[in-house]
Design a protein around this ligand. Structure first.
Ligand code: SF4
Length: 202
């Protein structure tokens, strides 16, 4: 199958590319991530995605468009919707934007299907992403290739080390950077989730 692999970064591509190629697929990488903050981090991840593609001899196309303002507008609008135990509206928006762009690119460039390296991460909302991707596939009119790559997460980390790729410490957006480093945010979020769980029980 001729597959377009949306790449959130280089490290997350390590296992999926190995697995997809071993299964006989022809894979091309596609970098589209206007969610990443700040710009220097965006550039670093973009460069690492290209470095990875060169090291494993894989074709890649990168979208250098850094649409920070649109991302922030969409993220803040999404944040007004209620977060649940299983879903963050901001992340659903973020997945949808990137996967939609990948699906359109795949359709316009003669691919059989699209998928994403996001499906390797145990830190992403896997079921939300799957749901979003399936809906997008129907709307755009191209197949979504689903595989739960999380089984290869540790293997991917090892490949990443062998290839000496830069590994980022947070998901990507400015909100995720706060969530990673702010103890205050972590405490408040824990409280919020506890309250949500109690509301569901009673
Ligand atoms: S946490 Fe990650 S998936 Fe969620 S909005 Fe931020 S960059 Fe996107």
């Amino acid at each position: 199958m001729k597959l377009l692999l949306h790449m959130c970064c280089g490290p997350c591509a390590c296992y999926p590319v190995k697995k997809l190629r071993a299964d006989g697929h022809e894979v091309k990488g596609y970098f589209f991530n206007p969610n990443i903050h700040p710009y220097k981090e965006f550039k670093h991840r973009l460069d690492t995605a290209v470095e990875f593609a060169e090291k494993v001899d894989m074709p890649i196309d990168v979208d250098k468009n850094y649409d920070l303002r649109t991302f922030l507008q969409r993220a803040l609008t999404a944040e007004k919707r209620e977060e649940t135990l299983t879903e963050k509206p901001r992340c659903r928006m973020c997945y949808a934007w990137r996967l939609h762009q990948a699906a359109v690119y795949a359709k316009e460039n003669g691919f059989d299907a699209f998928t994403s390296t996001l499906f390797v991460s145990p830190y992403q909302l896997h079921d939300t992403m799957k749901d979003v991707a399936e809906k997008i596939a129907k709307t755009v009119g191209i197949a979504f290739y689903y595989e739960d790559f999380r089984i290869g997460w540790n293997q991917g980390v090892e490949i990443c080390k062998e290839l000496e790729l830069y590994r980022q410490p947070y998901c990507g957006c400015i909100f995720s950077e706060e969530e990673r480093y702010s103890n205050r945010w972590k405490k408040q979020h824990k409280k919020k989730m506890k309250k949500l769980r109690e509301e569901i029980v009673f």
